[in-house]
Write a new protein. Structure first.
Lengths: 318, 351
């Protein structure tokens, strides 16, 4: 706690921050508009959706688990919030809390399976993702939902109320701030890191391991669903599979930010940097009008190159 | 989990040689059965489900029904075999679906014309699979990166390659060859099943029995112990991903023969990757590594495919199918937590 912020930045975070600078410079060389405040704010707005998703993904990854149910829990968030909007004024008012509650429910389900049934998170959350998809297909009869996002959802994701900064960015700041408080200042957060390092040690120190795991998955579910409501507000509608493009970038962002995929190590600052790197990379690749094939290749190569630069494990038989 | 792990690594014959003759064979049998429990459960599930499917199918037990089911199942079975070997080393290959799609697109360009170019095309397709696997393995071993994240990134690269080869769905294939690959032999045996059996006999079994194949199991059980015992970890891991690439490309080859075309479809690749993990688990391979095998994964894949077929013959409302599939998947992996009932110390639950 005594260390200042700068001291707490570790090597991967510096590398990710360096990546942001390189991407910005590269973008600026291609087009001067790239550094205009308007464009940068727009990028931040797009990044904030990924940022909210990555926050939840990071908490679960810190445990040494993974949440593959992000895509359809996010879709549940979007579809259930717009569905609530169709239930009259009371539904409209409660649209966002209701959607987040649905996400928490899916997260609790994940947590119970992983913590109490001891099923590897990789496969259990995959099953939850399939269940979530099934529930939404039944709910919407397979069609795109007709209901529109509530004005509040629209306001939260595209409005610009304070200092001309998009509200979505403020939402990300709020979620991120809560995450930092939780991870750095609470016993829960300490235990999340500790479980990632040695679940056994945490169990032997009489902390309730299983409760922490369930709580972390619930946080991830809440983040995904909240991102779903923001996205539905952004495009005024929810649609099937709206979460599919968020799973892999979220994991990539968390790992690029220096969080170990094995758990126990990582800072939220790194995740912020990782999210911005991924968003800028996607944006630059679409600006230079590279064909989709090239974009996919460059995206993969850049992530690998950054990981090879600093994400390597120590040599030896561990 | 540790019991079958150790049992399957140790030489199966050793148990018989130390115990007196007569009583030994029974213990041997019990030992073999317990080591193969995952495979047997998956096999039993598949046989009963498939019997139900054929019984309910309007066309009954006809060669056509069997052949269609075999072809669909074999695609996932090859991808599941590809997934199994990295999983045994307690790794994971999230690029199997994308290698599958990439080799499908490549095959739709190369496997055409006269027999000789077609044969060269087949070689090129399999070679591409090997190369993709080698890249994954090299990044994991030499790059010292986590397999999940490496294969996530290379998957994107392979998909880019697939898009480059086939920006729009299309292409063609040597049709007599394709029909042979996906048809039935005399006696109604689907050729895809023969292909699967050949892959098991000529690739999986020799691999499983080789030093380097055992090393894969040892690494999955405990990488540290394997390192201490002088197992060449790097080589074993590299080969695991190379084998994975080979099996994925076999699936890509078969898909091209089925559809006569190639398509760079991200949903197809992603779906196969995720289903391959499910098939591996249903087939009795532990995601923690060190136990299981490719034969179980084949039955696991057929179980998953037969569920879909069953929903079809029982006229289930298509709207409810995805939910039902998810429930069956969770239920079947949930069965593995029955082992919790046998855990004596709560400490064993935690890593």
């Amino acid at each position: 706690m005594a260390r200042s912020l700068v001291q707490r930045i570790d090597k991967p975070v510096w590398a990710a921050l360096g990546g942001i600078v390189v991407l910005l410079t590269g973008g600026a060389l291609y087009s001067p508009n790239f550094l205009s405040p308007d464009y940068l704010l727009q990028q931040l707005q797009v990044a904030s959706f990924l940022g909210v998703v990555a926050t939840g993904a990071m908490v679960v990854i810190l445990l040494g688990h993974i949440d593959l149910s992000i895509p359809w829990v996010l879709t549940i968030g979007g579809i259930m919030s717009t569905a609530a909007a169709g239930w009259g004024p009371a539904g409209s008012a409660l649209a966002i809390p209701f959607a987040v509650a649905c996400g928490v429910g899916m997260g609790l389900f994940n947590g119970l399976g992983v913590a109490y049934l001891r099923i590897p998170s990789m496969i259990f959350t995959l099953g939850t993702n399939a269940i979530a998809q099934g529930l939404m297909v039944v709910h919407t009869s397979g069609f795109a939902p007709q209901e529109r996002a509530t004005p509040a959802m629209h306001f939260l994701s595209v409005g610009r109320s304070v200092l001309g900064i998009p509200n979505a960015v403020w939402m990300w700041c709020a979620v991120g701030g809560l995450a930092v408080l939780l991870l750095d200042r609470t016993a829960f957060g300490r235990r999340v890191y500790a479980i990632g390092n040695s679940e056994r040690a945490v169990f032997l120190s009489r902390a309730n391991v299983q409760l922490v795991v369930v709580g972390s998955f619930a946080i991830s579910g809440a983040c995904s669903a909240f991102a779903g409501t923001l996205l539905a507000g952004y495009s005024t509608k929810a649609y099937q599979a709206m979460g599919d493009p968020y799973l892999m970038p979220a994991i990539a962002a968390v790992v690029l930010g220096g969080t170990s995929i094995l758990g126990g190590r990582g800072t939220y600052l790194g995740t912020i940097a990782g999210v911005i790197v991924v968003t800028l990379l996607q944006s630059i690749l679409s600006i230079v009008q590279m064909p989709e094939a090239g974009r996919q290749v460059v995206y993969g190569v850049v992530i690998l190159a950054m990981l090879l630069a600093y994400g390597r494990e120590r040599r030896g038989g561990t | 989990m540790s019991e079958p792990t150790l049992a399957s690594v140790s030489d199966a014959g050793a148990a018989g040689s130390v115990s007196p003759r007569g009583a030994g064979w029974r213990r041997d049998l019990a030992h073999h059965l317990s080591a193969q429990r995952g495979v047997l459960v998956a096999l039993g599930l598949f046989v009963s489900m498939f019997a139900l499917f054929v019984g309910e199918h309007p066309a009954g037990f006809s060669s056509n029904v069997i052949n269609t089911a075999a072809n669909k199942g074999a695609l996932l079975a090859f991808v599941a075999m590809a997934q199994t070997i990295p999983v045994i080393t307690s790794g994971l290959d999230l690029s199997v679906g994308m290698v599958f799609v990439l080799t499908n697109c490549l095959a739709s360009r190369l496997m055409v014309g006269e027999p000789l170019p077609t044969a060269l095309g087949v070689v090129a397709v399999l070679g591409t699979g090997l190369a993709c696997g080698a890249l994954n393995g090299a990044l994991v071993v030499l790059g010292r990166l986590q397999p999940i994240i490496v294969t996530l990134a290379t998957g994107s690269i392979y998909f880019g390659g697939a898009l480059w080869l086939r920006p729009a769905p299309g292409g063609s294939v040597n049709e007599p060859f394709a029909d042979f690959m996906t048809g039935s032999l005399a006696g109604g045996v689907p050729f895809s099943v023969v292909l699967l059996a050949a892959a098991v006999l000529f690739f999986w079994v020799p691999y499983r029995r080789s030093l380097i194949g055992r090393a894969a199991y040892a690494i999955g059980s405990s990488e540290q112990a394997a390192f201490m015992s002088g197992v060449s970890i790097g080589r074993a891991k590299l080969l695991a991903y190379v084998m994975s690439g080979l099996f994925s490309s076999l699936a890509g080859l078969l898909l091209t023969c089925l559809t006569y075309s190639g398509e760079a479809n991200a949903f197809l690749g992603g779906g196969y990757t995720l289903n391959s993990i499910a098939a591996v688990v249903v087939g009795g391979t532990s995601l923690f590594g060190g136990s299981g095998g490719a034969v179980g994964s084949i039955f696991g894949a057929f179980v998953l495919r037969t569920i879909g077929d069953l929903l079809f013959v029982f006229d289930m409302d298509p709207l409810w199918q995805p939910l039902f599939l998810g429930a069956v998947l969770l239920f079947s992996v949930g069965l593995s937590s029955l082992r919790l009932l046998r855990v004596k110390s709560r400490l064993d639950l935690f890593r």
